[in-house]
Design a protein around this ligand. Structure first.
Ligand SMILES: [Mg+2]
Length: 250
């Protein structure tokens, strides 16, 4: 857990806001399985090599991201696959694009598993009447489907997507919207996320208390190192910290 100055001053939250991807579940495993499914469908349907497909996808993804930066649709797999096929010189292929997108999310969802302890932590918050919320970058349709698939759709009092906000985190727009939905002072809110910029910087700028979920591939935020937030690896440990605050302060 570390011994940042904040740990000693931290109080029981009135609300806890969660990021989704790579915070509630490990993203890489799901994404890699999804890309594998898309690649095998893509190369057989388009009659191209894996290398050609991968290069076109890489270019397509960076192209879409550059054009639509910091918006929900900059993450659109539908747009990535549309552009991939176009880069392969085949024009726009609507049905195949839809097919690849469906293959991607099907494999992704099958391979997305909640981190241990996520539900236990949220159940504890709910039983203590702490407001729970979710602020997530991407379009509402797929983020809502993820929640249903992960069995989390009944667990958040409020959700904000970057489609709804018009901007991805760390822009203030999604944070402003969730604050107005929750109606609690930001200093009474914990924001839990993996991304040092989007979640941790964004939360601190919004006046919330940042908590960073650390696991393989996640770089510890400087904000955490400076003692202005808390890092944790295991939701059960976070639950212990939360419970100790409840018994100390109430
Ligand atoms: Mg994330």
């Amino acid at each position: 857990m570390g011994n940042s100055p904040l740990v000693n001053n931290i109080k029981k939250p009135k609300a806890v806001v969660f990021d989704t991807d790579n915070t509630l579940y490990p993203y890489e495993a799901a994404h890699n399985a999804a890309m594998e499914a898309v690649r095998s469908k893509g190369i057989s349907s388009l009659n191209v090599t894996q290398q050609e497909f991968d290069e076109a996808f890489k270019k397509a993804r960076s192209d879409v991201k550059k054009k639509l930066q910091d918006t929900a649709s900059s993450h659109s797999r539908l747009l990535y696959f549309q552009r991939t096929i176009e880069y392969l010189g085949l024009g726009t292929k609507i049905l195949l694009t839809l097919d690849l997108e469906q293959a991607y999310w099907r494999a992704f969802l099958i391979n997305a598993r909640l981190f241990p302890g996520v539900k236990d932590f949220i159940y504890q918050l709910k039983s203590d009447k702490v407001i729970t919320a979710n602020v997530t970058d991407l379009t509402a349709q797929i983020q809502f489907r993820k929640m249903v698939y992960l069995g989390m759709d009944e667990h958040f009092d409020y959700v904000v997507t970057s489609e709804e906000a018009g901007k991805d985190k760390p822009h203030s727009a999604p944070f402003d919207i969730i604050l107005s939905k929750i109606g609690v002072a930001p200093s009474d809110i914990w924001m839990i996320g993996d991304n040092p910029i989007n979640d941790i910087e964004g939360a601190l700028a919004a006046g919330m208390v940042p908590f960073q979920k650390i696991h393989d591939g996640v770089k510890v935020s400087q904000i955490i190192k400076d003692g202005n937030g808390i890092a944790f690896e295991d939701f059960y440990k976070l639950l212990d910290v939360y419970k100790s605050l409840c018994s100390n302060k109430s």
